[in-house]
Design a protein around this ligand. Sequence first.
Ligand SMILES: *Cc1c(COP(=O)(O)O)cnc(C)c1O
Length: 410
Amino acid sequence: MVQLNDNYLKLKAGYLFPEIGRRVKVFCEANPEAARRVIRCGIGDVTEPLPPAVIAAMHHAVDEMAARETFRGYGPEQGYEFLRHAIAQNDYRDRGIDVADDEIFVSDGSKCDCGNILDILGAGNRLGITDPVYPVYVDTNVMAGHTGEADANGTYEGIHYLPCDAGNGFVPDVPAEALDVVYLCFPNNPTGATATRAQLEAWVAYALKNKSLLLFDAAYEAYISEPGVPHSIYEIPGARDCAIEFRSFSKNGGFTGTRCGFTVVPKTLLASTASGECKPLHPLWNRRMSTKFNGVSYIVQRGAEAVYSPEGKAQVRALIDHYMGNAAILRTAAREAGLPVFGGVNAPYIWVGTPRGLTSWELFDEMLTRANVVITPGSGFGAKGEGYFRISAFNSRENVEEVARRIRTL
Ligand SMILES: *Cc1c(COP(=O)(O)O)cnc(C)c1O
């Protein structure tokens, strides 16, 4: 009989968002009056429409597809040169970072890339993953058979968890033991924390010393507001020899439904073969994309290119300012309610400690039933998220002001 991939059976059921949905549904059915007041601050998805510059570029690209002379069929699997160049120039070289156009691989989003990268890595790597964490890093390693079973807390055998708490400012310290692959996400989802230059320097030094690979997820780079906070891992000297960076147009340009991101694989980045030889990873990722991917649509890539136009940059800035204005309002409200507040300065997420020793889910129920506000329980992101909750700043200003009022009166 055909065999399935047993590793999938090790996955903890996709528990967090279905359980949130279930509790909200039960509450709304039992309380039709309150149901009309419910405001959702739970999901990490943008709410505002695409910038006009992006829309105009995509309209134009659709018209090109309508004429034989300008029609495009299959494009390069790595992305069109116009977009790879715009990315490398604007996001890297203009900031004094050495990245070549052909080190950029355009994709349908960085969630996909974070999972797909495992195609080019071996099976025996010692894994370092933060707790709490964006669940994709863990689950894709489970699916690939890189872990053992999960215990009752959802902690997998074979993963070295890097605890993040108020004590370390939600930025993991470099561990004493040598790990081969470490996932870092800054600015962070769910904690909203950012790593300082010194902290990233420590991680790069660790990776160079142990010949490890840093998988650096910079999906929220555009939300950095404080000067001095690195926008890319490649701002740290030596990172070209130890890091892959994932970026996305989802949270800056609002492409969550449009789909476009990219991965940077420096040509100088080496890894070991089973027999101990050093080889570059760049040709492997190039081959992986050529074989398993057929590129992002021309229309979407023209839209992504427009993010870098002068109008596009100004419009993206306005979007970020809107969300970060929301974040400031939510931060103030939670602080005035006497709660310990983290994040929300360089990221669109506020990470808040629960009051009176409530668990994350107890707080969730209280917020739902008393304030009619949906938040995300921190324990859904890992054992170390217990005792916290995440409020998303992705919302309309009107909703955020109302949520702030309700938090204050709790
Ligand atoms: C939203 C998000 C992404 C972006 O994912 P896409 O697939 O590009 O939409 C990547 N990493 C984290 C941590 C995120 O929260």
